[in-house]
Design a protein around this ligand. Structure first.
Ligand SMILES: O=C([O-])CC(=O)C(=O)O
Ligand SMILES: [Mg+2]
Length: 592
């Protein structure tokens, strides 16, 4: 672990002439205080040793399987423990892709990938990086949703930290059980709103694990610097409570003070353990906690809510790049949302903020171009008192409207965005109405996984008679409609958070500012080429994601420096180059 740290730090430093102590890693020394602990303080007696022989083969971080060379086999007591052949990493990759493609069910591919990660980490990332478009739907949405639902049954080895109510009062000790010290990114969930699948309790762990594997593959954060965490405060999912294979606490969710005390202890312990510069990404919390946690900790911790802020940034980017096809400026458009939770209000707010900056118009005025529909109908002034606080800014002067279809007809929006977590809600009538008054309606069905998408790509194209520009949260295959092939975009926060996190980490940012999200969004939109626009795409292909992440990271870091939030000084002159030099490579290293 330490060696990868130094390797990266000094490599980046020599390229860019930066003191390695202040470069990648945040430079938090003696994080557990072994050296300064007084005699009455408890410490963890961690040791570091060199792996060889059988234990080297069983260590996923260092195992290379059949790719160990003759020399390495001799030097590391591996002779006889492996069959004679020596394979290249390329050949191993080919073999594994062949075998993964044989599986019929996505969940089998998921399990094969997880087993690979537990066996040979670099090979896992090599596969994921080189075959990103094929494997993203396996390790991420939609398959990760199914994996979480079945997590109890498919559970083999723990892949992150579980902090449950049982650990209240000793969360810091639990963090110290994690073997890595230089943590840079934590993704944490409490499992209450996993994708659009609802409360999956402790089994939500699949999400932080999946998100962090994307941090590494797409954003180049070292695997050892990533820590997936699930906070288990119980579940209200009856099916799981009655499931003999459920892995979490069999009790209903703790709420109120009991909940916030555990979360507070966790947030304090993280800072104490890993320092000021660890990025904590909140993921798939239910609305009520998500907004509160972000508001509470954004001024004291380096926090980012992926569902509010990451989704907002990626959708804003899609809207901005769609303007090239739609015409007009952001402020010329009218937006209607189905869903007024984290994603819906988060996106709406970031669009309004960008509009406000572009037109020099007060934010409140810009919000008036944006309408939201929730389960009770259009959000309007007369509902103000009964609205949750995060919906209140969107209560406009308008008579009450009950359904989405009525709202579409009454408001005639140019952009329709689904962030409801409810599948099949963009009906034929809704899509037909959108295309009756728009030359090119922009329709985004963002809920995940595929089963929860507001409509499918095929529905959007056929019901709009090929007029719609369509993007979805989970991937859809290209669609042929009346002899023409339409390629849907994937408006998923996976475009943003890995590069965003890299930008935050490499600049040593200590807080996340909304302008950094706008910077990420602009950086992504700039990556769409003219040829891609011509195909109707509003996002670049995922096959270019490492380059895109470096560009996003550079823009995010530049903004952090500009705002005085970056602590890694001096500022590297070329931030894109610096980002690239910091990125983890999955190619095997040679052992002496
Ligand atoms: O995980 C994804 O695919 C996107 C996301 O954050 C969510 O749907 O909650
Ligand atoms: Mg999420």
């Amino acid at each position: 672990m330490e060696s990868t740290m130094n390797e990266l730090g000094s490599n980046a430093a020599s390229v860019l002439d930066i003191d390695p102590k202040t470069s990648v890693g945040g430079g938090v020394e003696d994080v557990y205080g072994e050296d300064f602990a007084t005699e009455d303080q408890l410490i963890t007696p961690w040791t570091v040793s060199v792996a060889s022989g059988y234990s080297l083969l069983r260590d996923p971080r260092h195992n290379k399987g059949l790719a160990f060379t003759e020399k390495e086999r001799d030097a590391h007591y591996l002779s006889g423990l492996l069959p004679p052949v020596v394979l290249s990493q390329q050949l191993q990759e080919k073999k594994l892709m062949n075998s993964i493609r044989q599986y019929q069910l996505p969940i089998q591919k998921y399990m094969a990938m997880m087993e690979l990660e537990e066996r040979n980490e670099r090979l896992f990332y090599k596969l994921l990086i080189d075959n990103v478009e094929e494997l993203l739907p396996v390790v991420y949405t939609p398959t990760v949703g199914e994996a979480c639902q079945k997590y109890g049954s498919i559970f083999r080895r723990p892949q992150g930290l579980y902090i449950s109510l049982k650990e209240k009062g000793r969360v810091l000790d639990v963090l110290k059980n994690w073997p890595e010290r230089s943590i840079q990114v934590i993704v944490v969930t409490d499992g209450e709103r996993i994708l659009g699948l609802g409360d999956l309790g402790c089994q939500g762990m699949g999400i932080p694990v999946g998100k962090l594997s994307l941090y590494t593959a797409l954003g180049g954060i070292r695997p050892s610097a990533c820590l997936p965490i699930t906070i288990d405060v119980g579940t209200n999912n009856e099916k799981l409570l009655n499931d003999e294979f459920y892995i979490g606490l069999k009790q209903r969710r703790a709420t109120g003070q009991e909940y916030s005390e555990l979360l507070h202890e966790f947030m304090s312990a993280v800072k104490q353990c890993y320092g000021e510069k660890v990025l904590i990404q909140f993921e798939d919390f239910a609305n009520h906690n998500a907004f509160e946690l972000l508001a509470k900790y954004r001024t004291s911790h380096l926090v980012f809510n992926d569902d509010i802020q990451g989704t907002a940034s990626v959708v804003l980017s899609g809207v901005v790049s769609a303007l090239k096809v739609l015409g007009g400026s952001l402020a010329d458009h009218k937006f209607l949302f189905l869903g007024a939770g984290e994603a819906g209000t988060g996106i709406a707010e970031l669009i309004a903020l960008e509009m406000s900056k572009r037109t020099n118009t007060p934010l409140e005025e810009c919000r008036k171009r944006i309408y939201l529909v929730d389960s009770k109908g259009l959000i309007v002034k007369s509902r103000f008192e009964s609205l949750q606080h995060f919906k209140q800014p969107w209560a406009h002067d308008h008579e009450p409207v009950k359904t989405l279809l009525e709202a579409v007809n009454a408001l005639k929006p140019t952009v329709l965005i689904g962030a409801s977590g409810m599948g099949k809600t963009f009906t034929k009538e809704v899509v037909e109405a959108m295309s009756s008054f728009n030359e090119r309606p922009l329709i985004m069905a963002l809920s995940n996984p595929t089963s929860q998408a507001e409509c499918t790509a095929e529905e959007a194209y056929s019901w709009s008679k090929g007029k719609a520009i369509f993007a979805s949260g989970s991937p859809f295959d290209p669609v042929e409609y009346e002899g023409k092939v339409f390629v849907p975009g994937q408006g998923n926060n996976a475009y943003i958070f890995p590069g965003f996190g890299l930008g935050v980490v490499m600049s040593g940012a200590i807080r996340v500012h909304d302008d950094m999200l706008l910077a990420a969004s602009e950086a992504l939109a700039e990556q769409v080429t003219d040829a891609e626009y011509e195909k109707g795409l509003i996002y670049p292909p995922f096959s270019k994601i490492r380059k895109i992440s470096a560009e996003i990271a550079a823009k995010v870091a530049a903004k952090a420096y500009e705002l005085g939030l970056a602590s890694r000084l001096p500022r590297p002159a070329n931030l894109v180059k610096y980002a690239e030099s910091c990125m983890y490579s999955p190619v095997y290293r040679n052992y002496r």
